[in-house]
Unconditional design. Structure first.
Length: 64
């Protein structure tokens, strides 16, 4: 389990409500956690894509 730490931030309440609605989160904390997870995933996926760009090739499974 990841360590959780209580933090206090000044955040735009309208943005939190919108993110909560978009992600169908039950709580504001869940919405923020999920939004942060999405940012981390996006960064990791982009890095992996850049590291592998141009390597290998696409093979036609039908042998054309």
């Amino acid at each position: 389990m990841r360590a959780l730490k209580r933090k206090n931030y000044w955040l735009d309440e309208g943005k939190i409500r919108k993110v909560r609605r978009l992600l169908k989160a039950k709580t504001e904390t869940e919405a923020i956690q999920r939004a942060l997870d999405m940012v981390v995933f996006h960064e990791e996926a982009a890095r992996a894509w850049l590291e592998n760009a141009g390597k290998g090739g696409v093979e036609d499974p039908h042998g054309r």
